[in-house]
Design a protein around this ligand. Structure first.
Ligand SMILES: Nc1nc2c(ncn2[C@@H]2O[C@H](COP(=O)(O)OP(=O)(O)OP(=O)(O)O)[C@@H](O)[C@H]2O)c(=O)[nH]1
Ligand SMILES: [Mg+2]
Length: 401
């Protein structure tokens, strides 16, 4: 999945104004008539509801809007340059890279937030075109009847941009490979992800829509399934951390934990051992999330103890209570523990209801994330950028025009 991109955008230069004079048989300098230059086109980033990756930008390095055309004789203005619209999926965050070298070396202070595309009709100005220069007709006065002045079109803005797509989902699944995340997604939502009994079946994030409530009052939530995480994912193990950006905007995180199969199928295994293996998964996931973004640990959670069909009834109860005691009842974790079997669909209705209730209790994202969530920052390119510059033409030069 292409979910980041780095490229340069350049707006169009403003067209130059012109210094020309009316030519009449007996009046070679028959008064100024140089037209204005057209404005340079600007570059915008706009939402496209039909896109869900940044694939279009893979391998691209430079985008430029059209220049404004120069003014012409007989007070004719040059044409404006066309704006350039770059279409991106909803959920794209746009950064300006201020120091490319430092940024590529991982320094997050080397970028500043330009804005986010959060709605289907969002449109963000990222590089402002230069204004067209005025022609000499504007500089005529009682003392200056043959003005040689005109303006040079304004310079265009140029920016280095880093785009980052963060899927917009209410609920994000995290879990070790094979825990049953994709199977749960397939029973909770309309999605049909690939499920298999080997690790890293899911190679990129998937979204599904979960409907709760009856026909009359259906609430729909978007659920994101991200590839399995393993210990040291932060150091690049497994598929690494790269997909965690897609859960950064989730209001609720679902930790999918499953008893280790070899332990579970051995009837002699004491339930404490099963509990330990489940808690080990929880700890691994918490560490990896913390390494990625410590704020993720403050999100409300639902802990799903999946694959309960592998356990005896008594063990299920013991496991549930032990996990509750070690997580939601203890630390400052806001959450619930639910037991399920995605295969037999036991506990799925209860899980749906718990998710619904937790989301009702947490209608908005509570922790501040690095990107501004509430409003799209309005980006105002520096005011003097793009302004035309007055120049005085050398005498005689105009004749050549
Ligand atoms: N017995 C049992 N097996 C399950 C259950 N849920 C999932 N599985 C099986 O576990 C295996 C892994 O399931 P997936 O849904 O692909 O697991 P995942 O967490 O998405 O795995 P990755 O995509 O690799 O991270 C599959 O063989 C599933 O059939 C369950 O509740 N009980
Ligand atoms: Mg999967």
């Amino acid at each position: 999945m292409v979910d980041t991109s780095f490229f340069i955008v350049k707006a169009g230069k403003g067209g130059d104004g012109r210094a020309t004079f009316r030519r009449e048989k007996y009046a070679p300098k028959g008064g100024p008539n140089g037209g204005d230059g057209g404005n340079g086109g600007s570059v915008y980033i706009v939402a496209d509801a039909h896109k869900n990756t940044l694939r279009d930008y893979a391998g691209k390095t430079f985008f430029q809007a059209e220049n404004g055309e120069p003014g012409q004789k007989q007070q004719k203005s040059g044409n404006n340059g066309d704006d350039l619209e770059l279409k991106v999926p909803v959920g794209t965050v746009i950064w300006e890279v201020t120091d490319e070298k430092a940024f590529k070396a991982g320094d997050k202070s080397a970028r500043t937030l330009v804005g986010e595309i959060m709605d289907a009709d969002d449109r963000l100005l990222v590089a402002k075109g230069g204004l067209g220069g005025r022609g000499n007709v504007h500089f005529k006065s009682s003392t200056n009847r043959t003005p040689l002045e005109y303006e040079i079109g304004g310079a265009p803005q140029e920016k280095k941009l880093f785009l980052e797509l963060k899927l917009l989902a209410d609920i994000g699944f995290v879990g070790l490979p094979n825990a049953g995340k994709s199977t749960l997604l397939s029973v909770l939502t309309d999605a049909k992800p690939k499920v298999a009994d080997y690790p890293f079946t899911t190679l990129e994030p998937h979204l599904g829509v979960m409907s709760v409530g009856g026909d009359k009052e259906t609430t729909r939530y978007v659920v994101a399934d991200v590839p399995g995480l393993i210990e040291a994912a932060s150091a690049g193990k497994g598929l690494g951390h790269q997909f965690l950006r897609h859960i950064e905007r989730c209001r609720l995180l679902v930790y999918v934990l499953a008893p280790n199969e070899t332990l579970a199928y051995d009837a002699d295994t004491p339930v404490e051992k099963v509990t330990d293996s489940v808690m080990e998964q929880w700890n691994t996931l918490r560490t990896e999330l913390e390494n990625y973004n410590p704020e993720l640990l403050e999100r409300p959670v639902v802990i799903v103890l999946n694959k309960q069909d592998m356990l005896a009834e008594a063990d299920r109860q013991a496991l549930l209570q032990a996990v509750q005691a070690k997580t939601v009842e203890k630390a400052d974790i806001d959450g619930e523990v639910v037991t399920t079997s995605a295969i037999t669909q036991e506990g799925i209705e209860e899980l749906k209801n718990t998710l619904h209730e937790m989301l009702l209790q947490h209608p908005t994202l509570e922790t501040a994330v690095e990107t501004a969530e509430d409003s799209i920052p309005v980006y105002t390119p520096e005011d003097d950028v793009g302004k035309p510059v007055l120049t005085r033409k050398e005498v005689g030069n105009w004749r050549k025009l």
